[in-house]
Design a protein around this ligand. Structure first.
Ligand SMILES: Cc1ncc(COP(=O)(O)O)c(C=O)c1O
Length: 414
């Protein structure tokens, strides 16, 4: 497939920044560059940066390293961080990425925006499961409002329904969607994982209809039970042509740093680079260097162990929420027990209007959840609520669920 034919009009024929493309020559030994517009490092503010990590690692960044961390950098990635990420990706997903298959981003949110920017013309269709993470909806809606919303069940997006929808589109001669968006693990807000058979089915569908899959996976490593990690959709795609994958360090390192990466076919990654050149030049070099130094100091095995240790507190909280929900909520309220992530998605009796419940009762009862309509592209999910167990103590979870139970009873008796 020729990527140029698929790009949205706005992304077609983008020419690379002439200056940015010259950067490669600056690395040549002995080069005297009169070309760059870089400020002189002698003028930079920092002398030394010392960071102590909670695991006891201490790092210092100074001299040349600090100068280059404070300087402009390449649009795709800091070159040493890129190597580190290639090894990390291979370690956790068993997928080898070439140099031209990775771009470091300002969090995966930037990747959601760039994908829709690159591929969605005003009337183009995009596929996702409903409920949907509102950040995705906001990013996609910047470019199109034409969506195919596929329902979610306890095994993730119902790919059989997706297949039927695409068959109908094909039969009626309508235009096929540009890509399928999915959150394969710890779905936000659904709290479910896409089963292995559906991951494979989704790939088959993408192959049959010649579509891309956007695999957005920030909760992959936030595992709450001992079940084995399911293979990523990217790893199942032996052609390495179908899947654009977003990895994020927000949930496993620190979200405020705004760092993640996209990986996928080189021709699409090139488009991501062209976008970065025109939008923000590159993700902060400073932040990339901090992540690099941490990954190097900790090592991948130790980093993974730390993530697992942190997941233990999420597991305790999830269990507390499940126990409290069973204790305090009427039995008609349905929910899944998430195996990853930070959310439980509650389905209330049909007559409940969750937005109204929050508006009318949250101040008095002092309990806050997110009403389901925030996660709908079509003004649905009105009788759903998302609860997060990531930041609350088990005691507060119990009390919060008690108040939520009272809120539901009030709504049913109004
Ligand atoms: C499903 C999903 N995708 C993307 C993001 C954005 O993550 P990041 O901090 O990497 O931009 C979030 C954040 O909550 C999310 O839940």
């Amino acid at each position: 497939m020729d990527i140029q034919d698929r790009l949205a009009d706005r992304a077609k024929d983008k020419s690379p920044s002439a200056i940015r493309e010259l950067l490669a020559y600056m690395k040549i030994d002995g080069m005297i560059s009169l070309g760059g517009g870089y400020p002189n490092p002698d003028t930079f503010a920092f002398e030394r940066v010392r960071i102590e990590f909670k695991d006891g690692q201490k790092i210092e960044i100074d001299g040349e390293e600090l100068a280059s961390a404070s300087q402009y950098g390449p649009s795709d990635a800091h070159s040493t961080l890129k190597q580190e990420i290639q090894q990390w990706h291979s370690f956790k997903d068993n997928v080898e990425l070439r140099d031209d298959q990775i771009v470091v981003l300002n969090g995966s949110q930037e990747g959601l925006f760039i994908m829709a920017y690159l591929f969605a013309n005003h009337d183009d269709r995009l596929v996702f499961s409903e409920p949907i993470y509102p950040g995705t909806l906001a990013a996609f809606r910047s470019f199109t409002k034409n969506f195919i919303a596929v329902p979610l069940d306890s095994h993730g997006m119902q790919t059989e329904i997706l297949e039927q929808k695409l068959e109908t589109i094909e039969m009626t001669g309508e235009v096929l969607p540009k890509f399928i968006y999915t959150i394969p693990n710890g779905h936000n807000p659904g709290g479910v994982a896409l089963s292995l058979s559906r991951r494979k089915h989704m790939l088959d569908i993408a192959e049959r209809y010649d579509l891309f899959i956007l695999e957005d996976d920030p909760y992959q490593l936030l595992k709450l039970d001992k079940s084995p990690q399911l293979p990523t959709i990217q790893s199942l795609d032996k052609s390495r042509k179908r899947v654009v994958r977003l990895d994020s360090f927000s949930k496993i390192f620190a979200p405020g740093l705004r760092i993640g990466y996209v990986s996928g076919p080189a021709d699409i990654m090139r488009q991501f680079v062209l976008f970065k050149q025109s939008a923000n030049l590159h993700t902060s070099t400073f932040i990339q260097v901090i992540l690099l130094r941490y990954l190097k100091a900790a090592g991948h095995q130790k980093f993974m162990e730390l993530i697992k240790k942190n997941c233990e507190s999420y597991r305790i909280n999830r269990d507390a929420m499940v126990v409290a929900a069973k204790k305090h909520l009427i039995p008609e309220v349905k929910f899944n027990i998430p195996g990853e992530g930070m959310f439980i998605w509650f389905e209330l009796p049909k007559q409940c209007n969750c937005k109204r419940m929050i508006e009318e009762q949250c101040e008095e009862l002092k309990v806050l959840l997110v009403p389901g309509d925030a996660f709908s592209s079509q003004n649905g999910c009105k009788n759903f609520m998302r609860a997060s167990f990531s930041m609350v103590s088990p005691e507060d979870i119990d009390e919060g669920m008690r108040r939520f139970g009272a809120m539901i009873k009030n709504e049913l008796h109004r």
